[in-house]
Design a protein around this ligand. Structure first.
Ligand code: SAM
Length: 292
């Protein structure tokens, strides 16, 4: 019987057999440490009760471990060269489906309907291609699919931004966008040495779980997210400065904005990184009430 896919020796052997090189442009850094893979599956609490979507199976190292633990696995890979490889490496597992598909163009609702039975909670588990980490997570959240968990590996630097608290340098538009919907925890750090080829940075596994009901709701999520983006447009400038950047400098507008900030007891001179998500929601709603 073959050893696990996840070893440096077998990974290189598979790439050689198929005459493949690693595509940097697709973020191809493959995991070759079986212990890390076990830890990812454990962090996601993946059991035979779960259906799992994997983004970017590569040659199947993580897919194999998911297949052993989950009910069904649906893996989306954009690199067509890897499809025949995966057909061979995952041949022993009858609960895996691999689809040639760009995750950012995928209609996940449709794929879920076609591949899962609707009776199992759905998790996303992936070692993400780093060049599109944020777009992928935002795409997953935009679908509004009720994933029971999203367990993803990314650059440690991005993981720090996702799990940041207000008032820190890592807290920003991405933090608030994601924490608006999900609770965000770092499970563990992964050294660069366990990948082939080695990336230039260390990584972290992040576990996102759906937030229980928010007490405070924005009138419009779109308006809220636009406000947040605008408030962080120039991080080092004051909130007041950034608000004028969004809504303009006309005296009438400035007047209204001043009143809104005063009513919320928010000092115009602070930086946006001081505001909690609830404060952003209050601010968005008050601005909209003031017809700004
Ligand atoms: N899961 C494997 C592992 O852990 O060893 C490979 C992870 S590697 C960091 C990222 C994988 O995502 C690569 O296989 C790459 O081809 C794939 N990928 C890159 N862009 C993608 C996209 N837009 N949609 C789907 N897969 C993509």
């Amino acid at each position: 019987e073959n050893p696990e896919i996840a070893s440096p020796v077998r990974t290189r052997a598979i790439m050689e057999t198929y005459g493949l090189n690693f595509k940097k442009s697709l973020g191809q850094n493959f995991l070759t440490d079986i212990n890390i893979l076990h830890k990812i599956v454990t962090a996601g609490n993946v059991s035979e009760n779960d259906d799992v979507i994997e983004v970017g199976p590569g040659i199947g190292a993580l897919t194999e471990q998911l297949a052993k633990s989950a009910h069904r696995v649906l893996a989306l890979e954009v690199d067509e060269r890897l499809i025949p490889v995966l057909a061979e490496t995952l041949n022993p597992y009858d609960n895996v489906t691999v689809i040639l598909q760009d995750i950012l163009k995928a209609d996940l609702k449709e794929l879920i309907k076609d591949n899962f039975d609707g009776k199992h909670p759905i998790k996303v588990v992936a070692n993400l291609p780093y060049y599109i980490t944020s777009p992928i997570i935002l795409h997953l959240l935009d679908t509004k699919i009720d994933f029971s968990a999203i367990v993803v590996m990314m650059q440690k630097e991005v993981a720090d931004r996702l799990s940041a608290q207000p008032g820190t340098k890592d807290y920003g538009a991405l933090t608030t966008r994601i924490q608006y919907q999900m609770e965000c925890k770092t499970a563990f750090i992964v050294p660069r040495t366990v990948f082939v080829p080695q990336p230039n940075v260390d990584s972290a596994i992040i576990v996102l779980t759906p937030l229980k009901e928010r007490h405070l709701k924005p009138y419009s999520e779109e308006q809220l997210f636009d406000l947040v983006k605008g408030c962080f447009a120039h991080r080092r400038k004051s909130l007041w400065n950034n608000l004028q950047g969004i809504y303009g400098k006309e005296p009438e507008i400035k007047d209204k904005m001043q009143q809104v900030l005063a009513a919320l007891q928010i000092s115009p001179q602070i930086r946006a990184e001081r505001l909690s998500i609830d404060e952003f929601i209050l601010l968005a709603n008050k601005l909209s009430e003031a017809k700004i």
